[in-house]
Structures are given as C-alpha cells and as structure tokens.
Design a binder for this molecule. Structure first.
Ligand code: 3HC
Length: 311
C-alpha cells in the first residue's frame, strides 16, 4: 500500500540510493524532476543562440572550430536531458511546445546579448563555470537518469570553461582594445552569472523540498558562494576586475563577501522581459517550424519500416 511505498522511497533517498524510472515515486517528486530537467534541457538548447551568433564571425578557423564543437555539445546536452525527462513519462514534443509557448522556463542567463567576440570567452569562463558549480553536485542527484546525464555533461562542460578562459588569456595578452573588450564583457556578464543560481534561499519556493528529495544537493546561495570563491582568483590571474565594490575576502567566514544581485532585474528577465527573451523564443519557434518536415519524414520512414517487407 502507499504508506509502505512512501516509506520504502524515503529509505532509499535517505540511503543515497538512486531512484530509477520504474520505481514508485511521489507525484511531487516526479513533477519537480520534470520541471527541473525540462528547464535544464530548454536552457541548453536556447543557450546555443548567444554563442551561435558568432559562428560566422569567429576571428580564425581555430576559434570557429572550437565554437562549433561547443555549440554542438550544448545541443547534445539538451538531447540527453530531454531523454532523461522522457523516462518520467513526458513527451519531448510537448516539452518543446511548453518552451515555445512560454509555459516552461529556461535559464535567465541566455537572455543577454553577445556584443563582441570577448563575450564568447566570458560565457565559457563565467557561464560555463557557473554551470559546472551547479551541475557537479547534480551528478549525485537522487534520480538515476538525471545524475547519469550530468556525469557526461560535466566532462564536456569543463572543456567549455577551459576554452573560454584560454581565449580570454590570449586576448588579455593582446592589444589594449582587446583587453578593454574582455573587461567590458566581464562587466556585463558577472551579475547575470550570479543570478543563474536562482533566487536567495529565503525566496526560493522549491529548494527546501528539492533538498529533502536530494534532487538538489546544495542550496542556491551555497553554490553561488562557491562560484564566487572559485572565480575571484581566476579574475586576478586574468587581470580583469569583477564589477562589485563589496567583493572582498572575509577571513572570519573563509569566503568572499559580495554585493547583492539586482533581484528586480532577475524577476524581469525570468518573467520574459529581459533584453533578448522575445528573440530567443522567436528563433526557437522558427527552427521548430522549419524542422517539421524532417520530423514528418522520419516518422513516415519509421512507419514504412514497421510494415511487412515486400508489401
Ligand atoms: N533562470 C530562470 N528561472 C529561474 C532561474 C534562472 N536562473 N533560477 C530560478 N528560476 C526559477 C525556477 O525555475 C523557479 O520557477 P518554477 O518553480 O516556475 O520552475 C523559480 O525561479 C524559483 O527558483 P527556485 O530556486 O525555487 O527553483 P529551483 O529549485 O528549480 O532552482 C535552479 C532553480 C537552481 C536553476 C535549478 O532548477 C537547477 O539547478 N536546475 C538545473 C541546472 C540548470 O537548469 N541550469 C541552467 C543553465 S544550463 C547551462 O548552464 C548550460 C551550460 O552549457 C551553459
């Protein structure tokens, strides 16, 4: 009966055992996973646009090849995550519909414009760096398919972060204009990167339950702090300043103190009113509509294959 199933489920989560697709799980656990994994997948797919804008304008063949590999990786991350979501009984076409109609979210970070090529480096350094801080703990998420998708994604994410940082090191060793481009991009992407981790714990309606179910292994503020502590020395090595006067090492805490992100801006961007929200969804919708014939052809071919040979 249900109480025994609930007890069995709770015991497995408490013992850090994986919950697998065919296991009994509370409806709320399933719904939370569908919400988080779908949004994570949508973020990967939308995240292809800001960098994709620079594929035809990369300054060298080497940079174009690296960027092409990274954008293709993001598409693959989206596919792994849609596949993980489908183990929970949802359909990828329906999830895409929800994204395009604005009924499901994707990460706020991808609603900012990529104004210069230095943005490609700063996205690798800061955005993929923040993603690593957020995704490594998710390798221990209680839901098996999600945790296993994270292991593969995190390996590729570290290549994304390193290529971005290497690009910035090269630019910082370049002309004064290139150095100024890197500082300008850092100034524009720093605060939105801190917002990627979500609202403060005190204003997060989901963190408590997600932690109890071990879907999330750390809170939003813990991961944000970890990202700041990891990034400050990297900025020093790079020779850029992070745009926060309150940023300083606090020996008592053993962490860096830092300023408060603009949560008004965060709410605006999450609710669809950021600099690029409309364009991102318009392009996603256009790609979906333009690709309809491919899906129809694949479905027709698959159906043909199902008929007896020689028919
Ligand atoms: N952008 C958009 N929405 C956000 C957000 C953000 N940065 N942070 C929080 N939200 C939303 C949440 O989805 C939630 O709304 P909902 O209940 O309607 O879904 C609401 O704001 C309250 O936030 P909570 O902290 O209570 O919600 P969660 O417990 O879901 O935590 C999260 C938010 C930390 C983003 C969590 O969902 C998570 O860890 N997701 C997995 C990682 C992920 O999605 N990363 C996105 C970037 S993908 C990426 O970086 C790819 C790389 O290649 C660059």
């Amino acid at each position: 009966a249900e109480p025994d199933l609930q007890r069995h489920f709770d015991g497995r989560v408490a013992a850090d055992q994986r919950i697998e697709p065919r296991d009994w799980m509370p409806d709320g656990y399933r719904a939370t996973l569908v919400r988080q994994i779908a949004q994570h997948a949508h973020s990967e797919i939308i995240g292809m646009q800001p960098e994709g804008d620079w594929l035809t304008r990369a300054p060298s063949l080497r940079r174009k090849a690296i960027l092409l590999a990274k954008v293709q990786d993001e598409a693959g991350h989206g596919l792994y995550l849609y596949a993980a979501a489908e183990t929970l009984g949802v359909d990828r076409a329906d999830l895409t519909e929800r994204l395009i109609s604005g009924r499901q979210k994707y990460s706020s970070i991808f609603n900012y414009p990529t104004l210069t090529f230095a943005d490609v480096g700063v996205i690798g350094w800061l955005v993929d760096g923040a993603a690593i801080c957020n995704q490594v703990p998710l390798c221990r998420s209680s839901y098996g398919p999600y945790a296993r998708a994270m292991v593969r994604i995190c390996k590729e994410e570290s290549f994304h972060q390193r290529q971005g940082y290497e690009l910035l090191l090269r630019m910082m060793a370049g002309t004064p204009e290139q150095r100024a481009m890197v500082q300008d991009a850092t100034d524009r992407w720093w605060w939105p990167s801190l917002m990627m981790f979500g609202p403060p714990d005190a204003e997060s309606p989901n963190t408590q339950r997600s932690m109890a179910w071990r879907i999330k292994r750390d809170t939003n503020d813990t991961l944000r702090q970890r990202f700041v502590d990891m990034t400050v020395p990297q900025a020093e090595k790079l020779g850029v300043t992070l745009p926060d006067e309150q940023l300083r090492w606090n020996p008592e805490r053993g962490h860096h103190d830092f300023g408060e992100p603009d949560w008004e801006e965060f709410r605006r961007v999450v609710s669809g009113h950021g600099p690029c929200n409309a364009e991102r969804l318009r392009r996603r919708r256009a790609a979906h509509e333009k690709g309809a014939w491919v899906r129809e052809a694949a479905a027709a071919y698959a159906a043909r294959g199902a008929r007896r040979p020689g028919e």
